[in-house]
Design a protein around this ligand. Structure first.
Ligand code: F6R
Length: 600
């Protein structure tokens, strides 16, 4: 979703802002802009579309040592140059970039800004116009800025330039992520450390309802009442090379290929020198103490949660419910007496999940976040965190985070089972090692999968994925991957459910991709394949070794039956990738999508 980058220092800021925005492209956006302040005033450049267009538009002769930049993912108002950030106040004195959604923007507009003429349809412009109004009442911009922040309801990460002050970037946040990066003679602002890692790895966390005055050699954090807050910087644990594509044509392919490495990293991180599981004992206690687990997540992470339910129920013998975050807040089920909430989120910033976490904390229930970004909002605000160790995931379509989530859930389930004294015939680290090798064998067979994608998916309008039991969960993930990057209309279905209505959509040539990795449902899913073939479907069966039949399109290496989703998803990820390539889609940055969905 929207991204922010800001710089104040000694160097020319153009390249840093444009480069920072390019690093944020992966989050998804539809317009972009930068503003730079120098002695001759403010220089503003905005475009609808890609950063490459912005680069063409920016006047390379402009020199400035402070500036702000933004990538916008439209919420209020269509994607357009007018609605692109930065936005300016009526006089042009104040210039702002903003991530988030201001819930009371209409009320503020009606009450305080009736005489102001607006140049955009955005809620953001209300903020900058309000600051200008308040600057007429207050002695300093700092006071007006704090007052304005106090009046806003909703989520925001903000960076503001006052044309009359070339010494300060005014920064604030509430519910949306924002970091201040510390440099030598310069400081930066970013909604994601990825944007500014090239220049610093030292970051200061900003908490909700704080404002920050960012100067060239000083950073002052304040509460909304003006009292100052001291906070030490931390070192960001991201390797810059992890954020580069290297020789790969797309991040998605690189990330699919990284999955065996991620499995091995997880094995290493969650094991001590004696080959015993190494988990925070507080997490173990929370798992043991609960009578029911509520998994909350969105999209691909929700699909990982469905697999997690089977792992936890089978191994740790605790009942689990899995809920889509955006539905949970409005539709809260009756909770058990001792619930434990598990939030699964690659980014740790998903607003829908965070809204549930806020409610859960109000109710006083314990919460564990499983995330790829340990310092993220969901990680900070939960009681406990488990790290995915997947490395930065840049492609919008999640791949290695999904498999990492399942692996960590398996480890959590086994750790709990051991703590409960359950009888177990399952060594998770050994089994995950087998999974890593199986994944490698699969990623080595790209040509075969590309051929299947060409044969089954290069021209079709729609496709079905079917499976039973855990294969049903993976079929939902396979269909999500396909639809989000190839734009083929795809559905993941329980194999037995198709004939209760949806089979009406099967026509001559409709692709149906069936998974068969579970012995107990192998017979029935093959029956479902026959049903669709009899109606003209072009069926492709992906089966597990030991269950294969002669006509199967692809046979997966054998792994433990509880961990089959970790391997069966790999050909589905590759099928989606190649189907998207054959259709000439923008694989890493599919239309309308954002990597980190920070609005509800
Ligand atoms: C799909 C995808 C999304 C995310 C969802 C939740 O490939 O990436 O469906 O899984 O937006 O995001 P996180 O995991 O960051 O909470």
């Amino acid at each position: 979703m929207c991204g922010i980058v800001g710089y104040i220092g000694q160097q020319d800021t153009k390249e840093l802002l444009l480069n920072g925005l390019e690093k944020l492209e992966y989050r998804g956006y539809d317009s972009a802009g930068i503003a730079m302040l120098n002695d001759s005033g403010l220089n503003l450049f905005k475009v609808k579309g890609r950063i490459a267009r912005l680069r063409e538009k920016v006047d390379m002769n402009v020199q400035a040592t402070m500036g702000i930049g933004h990538t916008r993912w439209a919420t209020h108002g269509v994607p357009s140059e007018d609605n692109a950030h930065p936005h300016q106040s009526a006089s042009g004195r104040f210039t702002i970039v903003h991530n988030g959604v201001i819930e009371n923007y209409q009320a503020l507009k009606n009450e305080y800004l009736q005489d102001v003429s607006f140049g955009s349809q955005t809620d953001t412009e209300v903020i900058v116009q309000l600051i200008e109004k308040l600057s007429e009442e207050y002695d300093t911009t700092e006071q007006a800025f704090r007052k304005a922040m106090d009046m806003l309801k909703g989520s925001y990460a903000i960076a503001l330039i006052d044309e009359k002050d070339n010494e300060t970037l005014y920064v604030a946040k509430n519910k949306s992520p924002l970091l201040v990066g510390i440099g030598d003679g310069f400081n930066v602002v970013a909604s994601d450390a990825m944007a500014t890692l090239k220049v610093t790895d030292q970051y200061v966390e900003i908490q909700d309802k704080e404002v920050v005055l960012v100067k060239r050699d000083q950073v002052e954090i304040q509460k909304l009442d003006g009292t100052t807050v001291e906070r030490e910087p931390y070192t960001a644990q991201i390797d810059v090379s992890d954020t580069e594509k290297g020789t790969y044509p797309h991040f998605m392919l690189k990330e699919i290929d990284e999955q065996p490495l991620v499995m091995r990293k997880i094995i290493k991180e969650y094991q001590n020198g004696d080959n015993e599981l190494k988990l925070d004992s507080a997490i173990r206690d929370a798992m043991k103490a609960c009578d029911r687990i509520y998994i909350i997540a969105a999209g691909t992470s929700y699909h990982a949660g469905l697999v997690g339910k089977q792992l936890i129920e089978n191994i740790a013998t605790i009942p689990v419910e899995v809920h889509v975050a955006s539905e949970f807040s409005y539709n809260m089920p009756l909770l058990s007496e001792k619930p434990l909430f598990i939030f699964i989120s690659q980014s740790g910033e998903t607003a829908d999940s965070r809204a549930v976490l806020v409610k859960v904390k109000e109710l006083g229930h314990p919460a564990l976040t499983i995330t790829n970004v340990p310092g993220s909002t969901l990680s900070r605000e939960a009681d406990y965190t488990l790290h995915l160790y997947a490395g930065p995931e840049i492609a919008v379509a999640s791949t290695k985070a999904y498999t990492a989530q399942i692996a960590v859930l398996a480890i959590l389930a086994v750790d709990t089972a051991q703590a409960k004294g359950n009888n177990l015939d399952f060594d998770p680290m050994q089994e995950l090692g087998i999974v890593a090798s199986a994944m490698e064998a699969l990623t080595d067979q790209k040509e075969a999968i590309e051929a299947l994608a060409r044969d089954y998916l290069s021209t079709t309008r729609n496709a079905f994925f079917i499976g039973r039991s855990t294969d049903y969960n993976v079929s939902m993930e396979g269909s999500l991957k396909l639809k989000e990057i190839s734009y083929i209309q795809a559905e993941g279905f329980a194999g037995g459910e198709l004939k209760h209505g949806t089979i009406a959509l099967i026509e001559d040539g409709t692709p149906v991709i069936a998974l068969s990795t579970q012995e107990n449902v192998n017979y029935s899913i093959r029956g479902n394949v026959q049903e669709v073939v009899a109606r003209g479907a072009n069926a492709m069966v992906i089966s597990m070794k030991g269950l294969e039949q002669d006509d199967d399109a692809f046979v997966l290496p054998q792994v433990h039956e509880l961990l089959t989703p970790l391997v069966s998803v790999v050909p589905l990820q590759l099928l989606a990738y190649y189907a998207a390539l054959h259709r000439d889609r923008d694989v890493d940055k599919p239309r309308n999508l954002a990597k980190s969905v920070t609005v509800e």
